[in-house]
Design a protein around this ligand. Structure first.
Ligand code: DX5
Ligand code: ZN
Length: 217
């Protein structure tokens, strides 16, 4: 079954409470993008905003860390209410963090762990971790900004990862993030995606309820 995770980055920050209610009522997961201005050339939001959302949220919080040294902050994100935390493999590689330790830390806090990669990282790099994480996050745009155009090579990347997950007999979920819309969601689902992050497509739509329904297929 498809799960729709609206990305709060595209929400109306002057009316965040309303957008939280929308996700509670019509979608499945809150997708929360945390950026540090170093791993990606952008800043977003952090603990106080996520804590506020958590106080109203009745759906799980999926925190997508686009930061270096994710291990330094994982515990605090768990504390403010994260149910799922993903970090970028390439961030861990660049700053000398041991990815397995980050996964273990996330799990030790009772949180689901996800490993994310940008579109230019070979998907095979994820393979050693497929049996260690609960989900993998394949970026379908380069991490850092909402509202970018979907990269079509993502379909093949999803299929390759899905084939490996099946070959290993695992239940690891595949999440896709970036430029997800009503045109690509069905092909993505067919390729093996079950978690759909959608920012602009949901929050900039005139009829958000209809869009979420459509994304569900
Ligand atoms: C990009 C973020 C995405 C972004 C998606 O770095 O990880 O979650 O908010 O936004 P859309 O759906 O507008 O591409
Ligand atoms: Zn994201």
């Amino acid at each position: 079954m498809r799960k729709i995770a609206p990305s709060i980055l595209a929400a109306d920050f002057l009316n965040l409470g309303k957008d939280v209610e929308f996700v509670n009522e019509y979608a499945d997961i809150f997708h929360l993008d945390v950026m540090d201005g170093t791993f990606v050339p952008n800043l977003s939001f952090g603990f106080p905003v996520i804590e506020a959302i958590a106080s109203k949220a009745t759906k799980p919080l999926d925190v997508h860390l686009m930061i270096i040294h994710p291990e330094k902050y994982v515990e605090r994100f768990a504390k403010v209410g994260a149910d799922m935390i993903s970090f970028h493999l390439e961030a861990a590689m660049d700053d000398g963090t041991n990815p397995q330790q980050v996964i273990d830390l996330i799990h030790s806090l009772g949180v689901k762990a996800g490993m994310a990669i940008d579109p230019d990282v070979p998907v095979e790099e994820l393979f050693p971790y497929l049996d260690k994480v609960d989900f993998v996050l394949l970026m379908s745009v380069f991490a850092g900004f909402g509202g970018q155009k979907f990269i079509p090579e993502t379909y093949e990347r999803v299929k390759t990862v899905k084939a490996e997950i099946d070959r290993l007999g695992l239940k690891t979920l595949i999440e896709v993030d970036g430029g997800v819309d009503c045109e690509n969601c069905d092909a993505l689902a067919e390729a093996g995606v079950s978690l759909f992050v959608a920012g602009s497509t949901v929050f900039k739509a005139e009829d958000r309820v209809a869009i979420v329904k459509r994304l569900r297929g």
